[in-house]
Design a protein around this ligand. Structure first.
Ligand code: PGA
Length: 244
């Protein structure tokens, strides 16, 4: 199974228009059993997206984040139990660098992941280093710390957790990481997980677009893409889907 994920972030899109652009331009793409295309709108738009995409042969719905707490006095948060009320939601992003910048630690990301797995929602866990860390040559140690926070996760081995490698310096810049650098990180993540008997799919994210997606997808250990800016346009996103 391969994955193509749209992270719409805090943008409100015209969902009907986006879906029709996507459907009119996707042509013949891989069937859903081979390629999961998951769109993550903001919380308020999730119900609309579920309703409007119900007829689509390809599109599924995901969430951009979840609380690390159970339902209760946590102003402004949405729990995994709330997400699980929507039977259409099978995926949720956690540990995105934009959330880590707002305070999520490795331990918070671990808690969120655990809550999602408890509700049978697959976590898409983002990891990735800053430019400073990359320049300092400490990338592998940094990634190792992010990954090690999961090594004692209950149900982890049987869960369908997905890892998204997103170097922070490539997010939203329009310039994706070089293929050699992506390959080094992805191979390191894969090897680290394998030593712990964990078989997660690994995706790449960071300035992916229709023009560069084919080359990135040609990498053998990459099982898909997490796309921000280029996912806001249904036509561009459909072109990325065609490259799978
Ligand atoms: P980008 O965002 O494609 O705009 O770089 C990716 C992400 O933040 O997940």
């Amino acid at each position: 199974m391969k994955y193509l994920i749209a992270n719409w972030k805090m943008n409100s899109l015209d969902i009907t228009d986006w879906i029709s652009k996507f459907e009119n331009n996707c042509g013949e793409i891989c069937p859903k059993e081979a390629l999961q295309i998951i769109v993550c709108p903001n919380f308020l738009q999730i119900p609309f997206f579920i309703e409007k995409s119900a007829f689509s042969k390809y599109l599924s719905t995901g969430s951009q984040d979840v609380s690390d707490q159970d339902p209760g006095p946590f102003t402004g948060q949405v729990s995994s139990k709330h997400l699980s009320k929507f039977s259409e939601i099978h995926y949720c992003i956690v540990g995105h660098s934009e959330q880590r910048m707002l305070g999520d630690t490795n331990s918070t990301v671990f808690q969120k992941t655990q809550k999602l797995i408890n509700e049978k929602i697959s976590p898409i866990v983002c990891v990735g280093e800053s430019l400073e860390i990359k320049k300092s040559g400490d990338r592998e140690n940094f990634l190792l710390k992010q990954l090690e926070s999961f090594s004692n996760l209950e149900n982890f081995k049987s869960s369908s957790m997905i890892i998204a490698y997103e170097p922070i310096w490539a997010i939203g810049t329009g310039i994706s990481a070089e293929i050699s650098s992506i390959r080094e990180s992805i191979d390191f993540i894969k090897a680290t997980l394998e030593t712990r008997n964990i078989q997660s799919k690994i995706l790449y994210g960071g300035s992916v677009n229709a023009a560069n997606s084919k080359e990135i997808l040609a990498e053998k250990n990459i099982s898909g893409l997490l796309v921000g800016n280029a996912s806001l346009d249904g036509e561009e996103f459909a072109k990325i889907a065609q490259n799978f």
